[in-house]
Ligand binder design. Structure first.
Ligand code: FE2
Length: 269
């Protein structure tokens, strides 16, 4: 299946009536329409794993649900590529769930979108990430800039990336939509080659919207169009095509004298 040109949105909630995404098919179509109007050509449906598992498992149940969205989108004459994945909340049984196909990697690739808790990182985290890698998966960590512990210890990102993991940040975080601390982590991560894709994490056509154009404009202005294209098109496209990524070496983050890396880098707390 050849994918359409445009932005590749690795993280969206477009399947209706399942998680906290669209309530019905009509709203799903409105979401996809807004995404395409904003320059997106490819969306991956990454419903939350808890609801995916509750609904009876990933494949073929989720394929059938996505097929209904594809059909409705085609009937509305919207030209877009819709792919399947899961936003997998990381738990000790995640490797087993993937083996059972109860949750799904991104478009059947080796890349799996994993979500962390928003507060403290759990004790099982590193072991589970390692287990996924031992099974041949490459974890793509979803919006770590929104995690309170990563905001305090952004050097965690360097640890994960040097161990072969990838990082997806939310478009809304870039310009402060999730607060100053999240925006700072984005700035730091992009400047140190610790962010590999920017996605919408869209939940609806208006609330938590799918439009990636503002993120492209922001990234182009701050880092140049090559970085914007890499984060919104080239790298997420390589991920869904199950290709290896040619990435610049990550640059280390070093804590300042008081342990606060931001004070060293930005001269403020
Ligand atoms: Fe999400």
């Amino acid at each position: 299946m050849s994918l359409l040109p445009g932005f590749v949105d690795l993280h969206t909630h477009i399947i209706p009536g399942l998680d906290d995404g669209p309530v019905d098919l009509e709203t799903s179509v409105a979401l996809v329409r807004a995404a395409v109007a904003g320059g997106t050509g490819v969306l991956v449906a990454t419903s939350h794993s808890a609801e995916v598992v509750q609904s009876g498992g990933g494949s073929p149940g989720m394929e059938a649900r996505l097929a209904a969205v594809r059909e409705a989108v085609a009937a509305a004459e919207i030209n877009v590529s819709l792919l399947l994945g899961t936003e997998v909340y990381l738990e000790p049984d995640t490797p087993d769930r993937l083996k059972q196909r109860a949750v799904l990697p991104l478009n059947g690739s080796r890349y799996v979108l994993v979500e962390l808790p928003f507060q403290a990182l759990p004790l099982y985290l590193e072991q589970t990430l390692f287990a996924l890698q031992a099974d041949g998966y490459i974890p793509v960590i979803a919006h770590p800039e929104r995690n309170a512990q990563v905001q305090r210890e952004p050097e965690k990102l360097f640890d994960w990336v040097t161990r072969g993991m990838l990082v997806q940040m939310s478009a809304a975080s870039l310009a402060g939509g999730y607060g100053r601390a999240a925006a700072r982590v984005c700035r730091l991560a992009i400047g140190h080659h610790l962010c590999h894709a920017v996605a919408s994490d869209a939940h609806g056509p208006v609330t938590r919207p799918p439009t990636l154009q503002p993120a492209f404009a922001h990234l182009s202005a701050e880092y140049g169009p090559a970085v914007a294209t890499a984060l919104l098109d080239e790298q997420p496209r390589a991920i869904v095509e199950d290709l290896s990524l040619a990435l610049p070496d990550p640059l280390p983050l070093q804590a300042g004298a008081n342990g606060n890396v931001f004070q060293r880098l930005f001269g403020r707390g």
